[in-house]
Design a protein around this ligand. Structure first.
Ligand code: P6P
Length: 338
């Protein structure tokens, strides 16, 4: 339980003071992201009331029907980032390529655009029309190139290079989770004052759980090892807390957030339809892996640590096993044994 009243901005400023070299730009950048997500939260919560539901008729780079709220969230985040002046490139799951941003967008010439951001502006958007929780996922890296607009090399860094990452879940309440490398902290939006208020500090994920989260509709396309692992979880053995409970919302941020708090393993493995898995490395796997490791959990593709994967392209996909450390280790063992 949190004993002190604190806002997201005050919290990141306090964290900033622990980094002597901090210039305050990362704090401002994170505050910009929180601002954009407050606006998105307002729209998501009004979506049922105004004619923003339904399809724009367009398709995104993933070939998925784009919902109007996806477009709205993408535009808000991109524009807030551009105006903030702290970044040299924006990479969005909704955009075919990265958006380079030159210093000219910086209102204050002394603000160097030394970061880059990756976003999944509204993950789980297929659930918008049925009032299931959806979310924004974000990831921040320091640029590699020295100045001017960002380049592709700035955008294709390994996940362990992230300086901050987090997500906002638009559910029964709007909750922001982030880490800047010193633990995972949760904030709940108080719409009456328009502030994210600290609700949990230094969140840690239970080392072992009784919850697994996977789309069992893909069972026939799984590897033998994956089939054996899920069957193992379903067997009755009180000594090893089995059978596990199956919980699958179909909205990654919602499934991840539940597992972060209660413990659990989320798996989206490779299958015959998705040979590289379905989830995106840069927009989903890396930021959530940063968070889960900061919370004491584990995240791999079944073989390699997600944060160690060298990205080859912006939209590349990866199998993902993420959550409670002991559960992920056991799942890896089944997958490797086949
Ligand atoms: P499936 C939503 O489209 C998403 O990207 C994630 O939020 C979610 O975990 C996954 O896809 C669900 O995929 O194939 O189970 O519907």
């Amino acid at each position: 339980m949190v004993s002190k009243f604190n806002t997201f901005y005050r919290h990141i400023i306090e964290q900033e003071r622990e980094f002597p070299e901090a210039t305050g730009q990362l704090s401002d950048l994170l505050a910009d992201i929180a601002l954009a997500c407050k606006v998105i939260s307002l729209e998501v919560n009004r979506a049922g009331l105004i004619d923003i539901l339904g399809f724009t008729g367009d398709e995104n780079v993933q070939g998925e029907q784009v919902k109007k709220l996806d477009v709205f969230a993408n535009d808000i985040l991109t524009n807030v980032m551009k105006q903030g002046g702290h970044i040299c490139a924006v990479c969005s799951e909704e955009e075919v390529s990265f958006i380079p941003i030159d210093e000219k967008f910086s209102k204050n010439k002394f603000v160097s655009n030394k970061y880059i951001c990756h976003f999944d502006p509204l993950d789980g958007s297929s659930n918008i029309d049925v009032n299931v929780s959806i979310g924004t996922i974000f990831s921040v890296y320091k640029r590699i190139t020295k100045s001017g607009p960002g380049a592709l090399e700035d955008c294709l860094q390994k996940g362990y290079e992230q300086v901050a990452a987090g997500y906002v879940i638009y559910g029964s309440s709007t909750v922001l989770a982030y880490s800047a490398g010193k633990g995972v902290h949760l904030f709940t939006l108080d719409p009456s004052v328009g502030e994210f208020l600290l609700s949990s500090e230094n969140v840690s994920i239970p080392k072992k759980s009784r919850i697994y989260s996977v789309n069992e509709g893909n069972y026939s396309g799984w590897s033998e090892g994956m089939k054996k692992y899920i069957s193992h979880l379903k067997m009755s053995d009180p000594e090893t807390d089995r059978p596990y409970s199956s919980r699958y919302i179909g909205s990654l941020v919602a499934d991840f957030h539940r597992n972060l708090i209660y413990g659990g393993i989320f798996i989206y493995p490779a299958d015959v339809k998705n040979l590289k898995g379905k989830l995106r490395l840069m927009y989903e796997a890396n930021p959530l892996s940063f968070i889960v490791e900061q919370a004491g959990g584990r995240s791999t593709d079944g073989d390699k640590r997600i944060l160690d994967i060298q990205p080859e392209s912006l939209h590349q996909r990866t199998p993902l096993l993420i959550g409670s450390e002991e559960d992920v280790l056991l799942a890896e063992k089944f997958l490797k044994e086949g």
